[in-house]
Design a protein around this ligand. Structure first.
Ligand SMILES: C[S@@+](CC[C@H](N)C(=O)[O-])C[C@H]1O[C@@H](n2cnc3c(N)ncnc32)[C@H](O)[C@@H]1O
Length: 317
């Protein structure tokens, strides 16, 4: 990879440059590309960040309830943005004890992330697990071609997973849920994993985002463009009105870099939005699901109610 070679195609270059130059923001999806995938791997395994283990434990506790709620039938498993695949190991193992073969398909924007997923799932391969992966951007459109192929080659129903707070990161959550819904039939189910908004304990939520591993992860695109972390500071805030964490890079000095044939210049005090992470409660989530054509079928939380797994299903219009 050349220093600025993390973007994979001209469409990504245009999207990235338009967002950064035109709106001073970097869509989070780009930080997972190439070497960025390994930064995410470090976060999810980091004890101080904590949400990786927390969600995986909750998944382990909730899978029996989820399986009962979906009628104890055979489902193909679709992992939307699998990360390092460790949560897939949990749910694939669970279903493997109930039926086989397991058809697992993961889609992700990042080729490197899919490599990590496959590496972590490889030990399951001898156990009647059929694995497949594809590079796809779920913000750009539906993935019905892949979900239909799975229905034809595996079982007639799909169970989709969107874990790790992934729904909290895109600027347009409605669009992502619509793309997912367009890839589902009425007999499919979706499990969403999300950190819940506890507005009385913002400090606890912010703590996850102040960890050094998160800062390194979030700076991947700027650093790949040649903007050094020493040129600014990272600010972490909770925006109560929008119920979201926001992370920005604020420049301490003037910086000018050439990237993809364009000049990017910043003055002292300028900032770039690097991350949003929406936190919801049950009511807000139900409203969002309702608006995008889903019905909530189950709600599973940890003991402190700080994290939720939401089981939902597309509704008929
Ligand atoms: C927050 S991580 C969650 C990873 C994993 N599900 C977990 O729970 O640990 C988001 C995942 O979605 C992928 N991703 C983010 N935006 C994406 C997009 N627009 N299209 C496809 N994949 C995307 C990332 O590469 C990463 O694997």
């Amino acid at each position: 990879m050349t220093l600025d070679g993390f973007l994979q195609n001209e469409k990504q270059v245009s999207e990235f440059v338009t967002a950064l130059k035109g709106r001073k923001e970097i869509p989070l999806k780009f930080v997972y590309l190439e070497a960025g995938a390994y930064n995410w791997d470090k976060i999810i395994e980091d004890r101080k960040y904590g949400l990786g283990k927390l969600e995986n434990d909750l998944l382990r506790e909730s899978l029996s309830g989820i399986y009962r709620a979906i009628g104890q039938r055979k489902y193909n498993l679709i992992d939307i943005g699998p990360g390092n695949g460790k949560k897939a190991v949990t749910f694939v193992n669970f279903f493997l004890k109930r039926y086989s073969p397991i058809y697992y398909w993961a889609l992700d924007i990042s080729r490197e992330m899919l490599r990590l997923t496959l590496k972590n799932l490889r030990p399951l391969l001898g156990h009647k697990v059929v694995l497949d992966t594809d590079i796809a951007d779920f913000e750009q459109g539906n993935f019905s071609q892949g979900s239909r192929k799975l229905r034809q080659e595996g079982y007639p129903r799909n169970l989709l997973f969107l874990l790790g707070n992934t729904i909290g990161n895109p600027f347009d959550r409605d669009r992502v849920l619509t793309n997912i819904r367009e890839s589902m039939t009425l007999s499919d189910y979706l499990v969403i994993g999300l950190e819940l908004a506890d507005l009385t304990n913002i400090k606890r939520i912010i703590t996850h985002y102040r960890q050094p591993v998160v800062k390194k992860f979030i700076l991947f695109c700027l650093e790949s463009m040649g903007i050094k972390s020493a040129n600014g500071v990272i600010e972490v805030k909770f925006n109560r009105k929008k119920s979201q964490i926001e992370m920005r890079f604020r420049f301490k000095r003037e910086v000018r870099v050439l990237f993809k044939g364009e000049v990017f210049s910043y003055s002292r005090g300028d900032c770039v939005l690097l991350l949003i992470s929406y936190k919801s409660d049950r009511t807000k989530l139900e409203r969002l699901l309702e608006k995008t054509g889903f019905r909530m079928r189950g709600f599973y939380t940890n003991a402190s109610r700080s994290y939720g797994l939401i089981l939902c299903q597309p509704k008929r219009y």
